[in-house]
Design a protein around this ligand. Structure first.
Ligand code: CP
Length: 316
């Protein structure tokens, strides 16, 4: 059982992460049935506080909360008083007055979720839905769930699974959270990127590093392609998009080199034709749509655990 907040994948012990994934599996089985809704969080209020754009995370948190019968308030900075200069503190205190029990926050600044949790401007469970280039813990959880679903569909961890995380590691909160979580669950993680797209200090991370995708592609179980985050790039990190795609993109030639059981992942949104070709994204090996679907069950599990809902399956 996790308590308090979920700010980082590092907040979770291995047992807590495995329990959460097992709760998510149970919830997925229930909501895949004809009655998608559980009364578990009736009377609770979940606020989606999004200062940055999102499709998958915002919609899946909203769906997750509604499937657990919580009330949901969707707040987007665009069109709110934030655009008139209102501070995070005043926004948080407004949400406190509305009676929020959980705040799901996405923010462009690394550390924003932690600040909200540490300051106690609001007495609610804080869930980090992506803070700057720092972390995106529920993405890592849904990625781990998807890997287990396809390659290890039992109670065990990810020992023996080799995961390539390819591309813009420097700007990727998804990569950071996945390294923390997947290695904790026993996976071998290899970061594959040009040196310019690796963060300072990456040598201290519990991963292998490679600059050469072709030397790695045949010996992995999972290839997780990352979006090139052009919006976070003030400088030029590679000569041209064509050159990047040629050296680090997943295309049909590389797809053909993957082992029979290997899977292709991408957190989305994708730059089709840049880090991943359209045929790779749509190939039978691609589990990208499963990742999106699994996001709902995993976020239901997180809300369920943090808000201490009634027992799963309780139909009263
Ligand atoms: N993977 C992910 O965080 O997608 P969104 O930006 O659409 O939420």
């Amino acid at each position: 059982m996790i308590t308090g907040h979920l700010l980082s994948a590092a907040d979770l012990s291995k047992d807590e992460a495995l329990n959460l994934l097992s709760t998510a599996k149970e919830l997925a089985a229930i909501t895949d049935g004809p009655n998608k809704k559980l009364p578990t969080l009736r009377g609770k209020t979940v606020v989606n506080l999004f200062f940055e754009d999102s499709t998958r995370t915002r919609i899946s948190f909203e769906t997750a909360a509604k499937r657990l019968s919580a009330d949901v308030i969707n707040f987007s900075a665009k069109g709110s008083s934030v655009s008139k200069g209102e501070s995070l503190k005043d926004t948080a205190q407004t949400l406190q007055a509305m009676g929020a029990d959980a705040v799901v926050i996405r923010h462009g600044s690394s550390g924003a979720a932690k600040r909200l949790a540490d300051t106690q401007w609001i007495q609610a469970a804080i869930i980090n839905a992506g803070d700057g280039t720092h972390e995106h813990p529920t993405q890592a959880l849904l990625d781990a769930f998807t890997i287990k679903q396809h390659l290890r569909n039992d109670k065990s961890d990810l020992t023996g699974i080799r995961v390539l995380i390819v591309g813009d590691i420097l700007h990727s909160r998804v990569a950071r959270s996945n390294v923390l979580l997947l290695t904790k669950l026993g996976a071998q993680v290899v970061l594959v990127a040009p040196p310019t797209l690796l963060p300072v200090g990456v040598g201290d991370w519990p991963v292998e590093i490679s600059y050469d995708l072709d030397s790695q592609i045949e010996k992995c179980d999972v290839v997780m392609m990352l979006r090139i985050q052009l919006e976070r790039m003030a400088d030029s990190f590679f000569p041209t998009e064509r050159e990047y795609s040629r050296r680090y993109g997943l295309n049909s030639a590389r797809l053909a080199k993957l082992s029979k059981s290997a899977i292709v992942m991408h957190p989305g949104p994708m730059n089709r034709g840049l880090e991943i070709s359209a045929d790779s994204a749509d190939d039978l090996k691609s589990v990208i749509i499963d990742q999106v679907k699994n996001g709902v069950a995993v976020r239901m599990a997180v809300l369920y655990e943090l808000l201490g809902g009634a027992q799963i399956g309780d139909s009263k």
